[in-house]
Design a protein around this ligand. Structure first.
Ligand code: AMP
Ligand code: MN
Ligand code: MN
Length: 330
């Protein structure tokens, strides 16, 4: 999507928002900072305009993001469908990744807006604002709010910052642009407390996360050529350490950051027997989204994920072999 198309679709979305009153905002299962930040950011802007807004997430707000102002407005989906006219999916690469409960709760909506930055998004909305050039859905929401002249209450300001900061590795990844830093500067001018919000986001982990890191380090493996590193989290470790789903968020960066490593993979046994795979590439020539897509997953060229059938002993060799192939063909 180029800038012209981006502006055109924003105007279409603006027209839908103007013409309706009742909205449900949703994002992907096992939400990260961009998923929760984006729904709070747009949700509070719409509420400040007098709209009726429901904000739901299949798994609710993870403990690590409860500090965000407005996060109490994000609930798990109600049993019965909500009386809404418009459903807005944010940061969600495929419709099923919203979760069955959220899809049921939104089932009365007659218009679907799909706002995302995943290159693998198949455009499942009636209107699709999918811009893979943007480092975070939070940045797309910020640009939309600015372009349409919508209000930026404090909840929106802080949520945009956390969405963008977490999806850019604290404004570090190559996807970060001048516009991203300008967004940060604008939010600071609007009163954002940088030191506090970064401390809340990055320096406030439960002790068990460190115990998890120790357990992961015990499973660390690296290929003979040093290019592919991985580790794994067993369901038993989750039980032993009483882990929450978001405890592992970002830990893959530790193996990604090793000198010589070009691809990092994190395998996790889920309680339903499925395997969650997180993958990171440090090399623009190796597209982990393509590997994820082979197994029904998706994401971005340099950061992608899969949920696939277990057991780990079968899933892991399949994915590692696909990753080795991607490395070899490079
Ligand atoms: P993660 O490794 O979970 O941080 O995910 C990396 C990126 O891939 C994120 O942008 C996710 O939204 C996306 N992603 C993760 N798992 C999946 C999946 N099963 N299907 C599609 N996209 C995914
Ligand atoms: Mn996300
Ligand atoms: Mn995102």
């Amino acid at each position: 999507m180029d800038d012209q198309e981006f502006k055109k679709v924003i105007d279409e979305i603006g027209a839908v928002i103007s013409a309706h009153q009742r909205f449900v905002l949703m994002s992907h299962v096992r939400p990260d900072g961009d998923a929760i930040g984006s729904v709070i950011a747009l949700g509070f802007s719409l509420m400040a305009m007098g709209k009726t807004v429901f904000i739901i997430n299949e798994d609710g707000v993870p403990e690590s993001l409860e500090f965000l102002k407005g996060s109490e407005k994000v609930t798990t989906p109600p049993k019965d469908p909500l009386e809404v006219e418009v459903a807005i999916a944010l940061d969600t690469a495929t419709k099923p990744r919203l979760g069955d409960g959220s899809l049921h709760a939104a089932s009365k909506a007659k218009i679907w807006l799909n706002i995302d930055h995943h290159i693998s998004n198949p455009a499942y909305g009636d209107i699709n604002l999918i811009d893979a050039r943007k480092p975070a859905t939070g940045q797309i929401i910020y640009e939309l709010i600015k372009a349409l002249g919508y209000p930026i209450p404090d909840e929106t300001r802080d949520a945009v910052y956390v969405a963008v900061s977490t999806d850019t590795g604290s404004f570090q990844y190559g996807s970060t642009t001048a516009a991203t830093y300008e967004l940060g500067a604008d939010l600071i001018r609007r009163g954002l407390n940088v030191g506090k919000i970064n401390a809340d986001t990055y320096d406030n982990h439960p002790y068990r996360r460190l115990e998890l890191m120790r357990a992961l380090l015990n499973t660390l493996q690296i290929s003979d050529d040093g290019q592919l590193a991985c580790w794994e989290l067993l369901d038993q470790t989750r039980l032993d350490l009483n882990l929450q789903p978001d405890d592992s968020e970002g830990l893959i960066d530790m193996i990604r950051s090793v000198k010589g490593v070009r691809v990092a993979a994190f395998f996790e046994e889920l309680h339903d027997g499925k395997i969650r795979v997180s993958m990171r590439s440090k090399d623009s020539g190796i597209n982990v989204c393509n590997v994820a897509t082979e197994f029904g997953g998706g994401g971005h060229a340099l950061a992608a994920g899969i949920r696939m059938a277990g057991p780990l002993s079968e899933a892991k060799p399949k994915v590692l072999s696909a990753l080795k192939q991607a490395l070899a063909s490079q």
